[in-house]
Each structure stands twice: as structure tokens, then as C-alpha cells.
Design a binder for this molecule. Structure first.
Ligand SMILES: Cc1ncc(C[n+]2csc(CCOP(=O)(O)OP(=O)(O)O)c2C)c(N)n1
Length: 154
């Protein structure tokens, strides 16, 4: 790892020379590459469509938390965070249940901000006992549960 980071540092001279226009272009190309052609099929609304368009009705200060697996791949690529401190997502080993747990924590830490947890139906089923926590600590995050009736990529 050390060798790799040293080589990367050497190659770019420690400077990042990308312009804002180049970054915007890369984002545009990425969005185009992962854009779903259809918004829904017989089995329901596509994750990509839902996550992309659901940004609009939420206020810019809303804190949104993602969970893990199928929708994580979409959220991490297409979600637009309008300002810092509005999007929470796990990294690394990605434990199921991060979404609801982080939404509860965010609602406790930022009681005046709306908080939304986007989670899968399998993940929500594993964390459903946290509804008791919510009642006990008196917070009210909103849960958006993406129901595909499967643990899709396990
Ligand atoms: C604590 C923990 N237990 C189990 C797993 C394995 N696991 C990964 S995703 C998942 C459930 C995913 O199902 P769902 O919520 O329906 O998500 P989908 O992929 O369908 O969006 C499980 C059990 C895990 N990552 N973390």
C-alpha cells in the first residue's frame, strides 16, 4: 500500500489538476452510463429511477442515510448531496442495519432536521426491533423501504 501511494504521489506531484469543468464532465458521463432506460418494469419502479427522482421533494437540509447491498450501489453513484452533512453511508464491510441505526443517531444529534433512511426490505426486517428504540428515544426519522421481496444480491 505504501509503495502504491508513493507512486501515485510521485505521478501527480502531490497536486490535483482537474478543473471544475472536467469534474462536471466526469459526473455527467457517469450518470449517463448508469442511467436506466426504463423507469419501471412489471416487478415495480426501478431503484435507480426512485433514488434519482426522490431527491426533488426533500428539502436541502434533509439528512439521508443509505443502507447496504443492491440499492447502495445505486445510491452511492446517483444520489446528489446538496450540501455537506446531509448524506450518510457506510463503507468497508457494510453491516446491514446501518441505515436505520444511522438515521436514529442523526435524528438524535440534529433534532431540528428532517431525517430519512433508505433501506431494503431484508435490511429493514433485520432492524425492525429498532422501532422500539425510536419510540423510546422520541425521534421520528422517515423510513423508505425498497420492497423487492428478495435479498437480491446475496
Ligand atoms: C450484520 C449483517 N448481517 C448480514 C449481512 C449480509 N447481508 C448483506 S445484504 C443483506 C440483505 C439485503 O437484502 P435487502 O435489504 O432486501 O436488500 P436488496 O439487496 O434487495 O436491496 C444481508 C442479510 C450483512 N451485510 N451484515
Amino acid at each position: 500500500m505504501r509503495v502504491l501511494t508513493d507512486r501515485l504521489l510521485e505521478a501527480c506531484g502531490g497536486r490535483v489538476s482537474w478543473t471544475g469543468t472536467e469534474v462536471a464532465g466526469l459526473r455527467r458521463d457517469l450518470a449517463e452510463a448508469i442511467r436506466r432506460v426504463v423507469s419501471a418494469t412489471a416487478s415495480g419502479v426501478s431503484r435507480c429511477h426512485f433514488i434519482k427522482h426522490w431527491r426533488r421533494p426533500l428539502s436541502v437540509v434533509t439528512i439521508v442515510t443509505g443502507d447496504v447491498k443492491a440499492h447502495k450501489f445505486v445510491m452511492s453513484q446517483v444520489w446528489t448531496a446538496p450540501q455537506p452533512d446531509t448524506f450518510l453511508m457506510s463503507n468497508g464491510l457494510s453491516s446491514v442495519g446501518y441505515g436505520p441505526a444511522s438515521a436514529i443517531a442523526a435524528a438524535m444529534v440534529r433534532p431540528n432536521r428532517p431525517v430519512v433512511s433508505v433501506t431494503g426490505d431484508g435490511e429493514f426486517a433485520m432492524m425492525v426491533q429498532e422501532l422500539e428504540t425510536i419510540r423510546r428515544v422520541r425521534v421520528a426519522p422517515l423510513f423508505a423501504v425498497l420492497c423487492d421481496r428478495s435479498l437480491s444480491i446475496i
